[in-house]
Design a protein around this ligand. Structure first.
Ligand SMILES: [Fe+2]
Length: 234
């Protein structure tokens, strides 16, 4: 089934990233069909997804037609050959993004400020949560409609154990355009996809607790799903 692309539905203002990572508006205002509205400035820029860099590609909109089918963009830095799209919602202060894990994969663990609410859209799986230094984790099993919010600075890691790609929607206060706090700004602009060894807040596969992969192998086997982490986890 063909997925609708953002280009088919976009309405709103395109935006650009400045060199310091802040998002600012471009002069182009586009119509629902991708043509500049009368009186808009800038003319020929009809892009709706603003390619900033993987993980920060933007779509500015006030309407997302189908969370399960909207086209996503690759974001390998977060692991699992996953994909993602970030939203600027109606020029508001609310952040939202969608991420997807292919069958047989899981993402890298990371941490960030509180209030990102994660809702499962497709697939089934689980997430592990723990604070730095803790050996044990909290396990949250999820399916369509499950919502949970990783607490402030708590590491969390998402696992797809189903036979279909697992996709989730994350919403939070503080958008890419209006992050509001330094913590949220750091999270949205690279901190969540940079290794803790390099000053970021992500645990690379090579550095994770070996029990994490062992648990995933067991959980996927229970569903008859083949693990596809070759080349990612030794
Ligand atoms: Fe997260």
């Amino acid at each position: 089934m063909k997925r609708p692309s953002p280009e088919a539905f976009s309405a709103g203002q395109a935006c650009l990233a400045s060199r310091n990572g802040l998002v600012s508006r471009s002069a182009t205002i586009v119509s629902q069909r991708g043509r500049p509205r009368q009186g808009s400035r800038g003319g020929g820029n009809h892009r709706k997804v603003v390619p900033i860099r993987p993980g920060n590609h933007l779509w500015e909109t006030n309407f997302v037609p189908d969370l399960a089918r909207i086209e996503l963009k690759p974001w390998g830095e977060r692991g699992a050959r996953g994909s993602n799209i970030m939203f600027i919602l109606a020029d508001g202060t609310m952040h939202a993004h969608i991420s997807e894990m292919p069958v047989g994969t899981y993402k890298k663990a990371h941490r960030h400020p509180a209030d990102f609410h994660v809702m499962c859209v497709t697939g089934t799986g689980y997430s592990l949560l723990w604070y730095e230094g803790q050996r044990d984790w909290v396990k949250v099993d999820w399916k369509h409609g499950t919502v949970f919010a990783p607490p402030d600075a708590m590491f969390h890691q998402h696992f797809n154990t189903s036979a279909v790609p697992a996709r989730y929607l994350a919403t939070a206060y503080g958008s890419l355009r209006y992050p509001f706090t330094e913590g949220k700004r750091a999270a949205l602009f690279g901190g969540v996809s940079t290794s803790v060894k390099k000053g970021g807040n992500q645990i690379e596969y090579a550095d994770q607790d070996p029990r994490i992969h062992e648990l995933f192998v067991a959980e996927t086997a229970r569903n008859g799903v083949t693990v596809k982490m070759e080349g990612l986890v030794g």
